[in-house]
Ligand binder design. Structure first.
Ligand SMILES: Cc1ncc(COP(=O)(O)O)c(C=O)c1O
Length: 342
């Protein structure tokens, strides 16, 4: 097994890179993302969904389902995009150069996108430091540590920022497992922009679907920035069906919560300290993340390491007993023999 090179991929889910690092495995257990291992069982989109451009009715059904499920005031407060990543990249291009504060450490694409668009960006470590800027950006719950900020405090912050023409951007990519804390119902408030990811909770990251929820004037500017037909017809249909299936969502929330407890047990039994996370991923603190990453990789199990945080490892949820057992067995090989421990 080679040592992990310094250029770790910026994101989880990169099995091509994993094979370069660890060699070929017939069956990777990919725990490097926060994607639900039990995808929504969608009906195959019709032939027409593939052959015709998605018209207003198709997009309208998607927006209505999204507004209803996320709790946005109306479908006019929702814009659909090919993944929330596309929105993360677009938002900085809709403003003149601004002072931007990002609550870190967090999903690195926010800093990359605001910096690339020429804004003055600071990554701050406390919510108090978000006051002194024109645009505040944060993930709620946060990736990777699951930190959650009080929605009431965020609504006040949005009001302060809006009073000077600013924005509060809240990335709720993982909020489906904690819907009570979403700012979606309050997006009519000026300057408040919420991002939602379809791929994670619904386990369909390859569909590439995400949403911005905001006041209609901001939505119009985002829609214009994306241009026509940004979301494919099949994605619109799959999204509308899944977002309309309240029973599946409720069942999935409890299923993920149960599986997360089982994962915590396996991590605990392996002597790993869970420092945070959500029901879609767990962050553990270890003395030497590189070594455990390497031992698991050699066993065909990919977890997420972080270049700037040598003690962090993030684990996604294994989807069944066999996968949990495989992880437990591989973690047993990671234990430092007593004779070598400090
Ligand atoms: C916090 C956060 N936001 C947004 C995204 C982008 O997700 P997507 O473009 O699939 O919606 C990710 C992906 O990992 C993420 O972790």
């Amino acid at each position: 097994v080679k040592d992990a090179p310094p250029d770790l991929p910026d994101h989880g889910g990169d099995l091509v890179h994993a094979e370069l690092l660890f060699g070929h495995h017939d069956e990777w257990l990919d725990l490097s993302t926060g994607i639900n291992p039990w995808p929504y069982p969608f009906s195959p989109p019709s032939r027409e969904a593939w052959t015709r451009l998605p018209d207003g009715a198709v997009v309208g059904r998607l927006l209505a389902a999204a507004a209803d499920t996320y709790g946005a005031p109306t479908p006019d407060h929702v814009v659909a995009a090919p993944g929330s990543q596309a929105l993360i990249q677009l938002l900085p291009r809709l403003r003149p150069a601004s002072d931007v504060a990002i609550l870190g450490p967090t999903y690195g694409e926010h800093e990359a996108s605001w910096s690339a668009a020429g804004h003055r960006v600071r990554v701050v470590s406390g919510a108090d430091e978000l006051r002194d800027c024109e645009v505040a950006v944060l993930c709620n719950p946060n990736n990777p540590d699951g930190r959650v900020l009080d929605p009431e405090m965020l609504r006040r912050l949005a009001g302060e920022l809006a009073a000077r023409g600013g924005w509060l951007v809240v990335d709720e990519a993982f909020a489906d497992v904690a819907p009570g804390m979403s700012l979606a119902p309050g997006v009519d408030q000026p300057g408040c922009i919420v991002l939602r990811s379809f791929g994670k909770f619904f386990g369909l990251a390859g569909v590439r679907l995400g949403f911005a929820l905001a006041a209609p004037a901001i939505c119009a500017s985002i829609r214009q920035g994306l241009g026509p037909w940004a979301v494919s017809g099949p994605a619109c249909r799959i999204g509308a069906e899944a977002l309309g299936d309240g029973a599946w969502m409720a069942e999935t929330r409890s299923r993920l919560a149960r599986q997360r407890l089982r994962l915590d047990r396996v991590l605990h039994e392996a002597g790993l300290e869970v420092a945070g996370g959500t029901d879609l991923y767990r962050l553990v603190l270890v003395p030497d993340a590189a070594r455990i990453h390497r031992v698991l990789g050699a066993a065909g199990i990919l977890v997420r390491r972080f270049e700037d945080h040598p003690r962090w490892l993030r684990f996604g949820l294994p989807g069944d007993d066999a996968a949990l057992g495989r992880l437990a067995a591989a973690l047993a090989c990671c234990r430092v023999p007593v004779s070598q421990s400090p």
